[in-house]
Design a protein around this ligand. Structure first.
Ligand SMILES: [Zn+2]
Length: 382
């Protein structure tokens, strides 16, 4: 049975699967994969961090290793103001050979392209040594507590081994295949509240202005570069995202001042080392302070090697492009998977991801399926 990646993309986009709602997306995928001979496990997870139950899927065909896994997510971000869309975001229309809908770029289409590639591979190769698997989550776009992380725990309990993983996030920049990702920067967010003593602006010696101290801390943190970047990573960067004092009076020194800031960091740092750095700076200026830290993910890299070579070769064969091996952009579920095996991300253009009128060209979806088929064939060739 050969799967049409456009039709399957449309079926998936029709599901209003805004995190954590599934709306039948996993069921559609499960039906198709079972039709291809996969053993499927629908995995519903919840956690104390996020009580909203999320549906995930692990599917596998073949026996033993090596196990090549494809990871992706069926959940999508909210469409925003529906009136701004040219079409209903959950009605996947094709106009001028472009498929529109929420998830057309990020990343229902990539899942469909992988399944189509698998169907063609299986049609040509009745038997192969190893396994093909899919790890699909419904919790990537939001908190990600009940998704990939939990599925990986479930796999570990069952001694299910994955040897290499392709993540279908949209990684292409201006043309399909011009960029793949071999790692990601880490991300850490801080909320810092500096405590002072309230007083009259005319008698600063009788007060303690927390705004001054907060500004000094932020200035010093921002002024000195965290590093100069590495061969595969851009420079780490800190951005102050808000400063809140909420003081309505011009003649009152406030008691508290709060700022939020986020650091995107490379593998010269860790969440721990950055927290240490920030606390050190706070100690220098802050007096009494309160610091909340949220780590989204550590920086990681799968150094250029067999897997990135395989993916880059497949991209080159189908598109003629030599993809850039990048670590830019936000985080993805690759941050969890990299703990168990090499992982490379390769997918469609990300230009319309999360936007109004999100879309992908039919030609790109078909080419991505061809790239994926090359990757699969190459993986099981050697
Ligand atoms: Zn995504």
């Amino acid at each position: 049975m050969i799967i049409n990646p456009i039709k399957l993309s449309q079926d998936l986009i029709s599901c209003k699967s805004v995190t954590p709602i599934d709306d039948g997306a996993i069921g559609i995928l499960r039906g198709v994969l079972e039709g291809l001979g996969f053993s499927c496990y629908a995995l519903d997870f919840t956690s104390k961090e996020d009580p909203a139950e999320v549906r995930n899927l692990y599917a596998r065909i073949g026996g033993g290793g090596p196990n090549l896994c494809f990871a992706g997510h069926t959940d999508v971000v909210p469409p925003g103001d529906l009136r701004l869309w040219a079409h209903d975001p959950f009605d996947p229309v094709i106009r001028d050979e472009i498929l529109y809908g929420r998830g057309a770029s990020d990343m229902k289409t990539a899942i469909a392209a992988w399944v189509a590639a698998v169907s063609e591979f299986l049609a040509e190769r009745e038997s192969f040594i190893g396994s093909l698997s899919l790890l699909i989550t419904g919790d990537e776009e939001a908190l990600a507590f009940n998704g990939t992380r939990k599925v990986l725990e479930w796999l570990k309990e069952r001694n299910e081994k994955i040897d290499a993983c392709i993540v279908g996030e949209p990684t292409s920049h201006t043309r399909l295949g011009d960029m793949i990702k071999i790692g990601r920067r880490g991300s850490i967010s801080f909320t810092l509240t500096v405590q002072g003593a309230q007083g009259h602006a005319a008698y600063p010696q009788l007060a303690d202005n927390p705004v001054t101290r907060l500004i000094n801390i932020l200035h010093d943190l921002k002024e000195k570069p965290l590093d100069e970047g590495t061969e595969f990573f851009q420079k780490s960067n800190l951005e102050v995202t808000t400063i809140d004092v909420g003081n309505p009076a011009a003649n009152v020194i406030p008691a508290l001042a709060t700022a939020k800031f986020n650091i995107r960091f490379n593998d010269r740092h860790s969440a721990k080392s950055l927290e240490f750095l920030v606390r050190e700076m706070c100690g220098k200026y802050a007096g009494k302070y309160d610091l909340t830290v949220h780590v989204t993910g550590e920086a990681f890299i799968t150094p250029p090697g067999d897997l990135s070579g395989l993916v880059a070769g497949a991209v080159k064969k189908i598109t003629g492009l030599e993809p850039e091996l990048s670590t830019t952009g936000g985080t993805s579920d690759a941050r969890f998977i990299r703990e168990i095996c090499p992982v490379v991300e390769c997918g469609l253009l990300n230009t319309t991801a999360h936007k109004i009128d999100e879309c992908a060209s039919e030609a790109d979806i078909r080419s991505l399926a061809a790239i994926y088929k090359e990757i699969i064939a190459g993986f099981f060739r050697g």
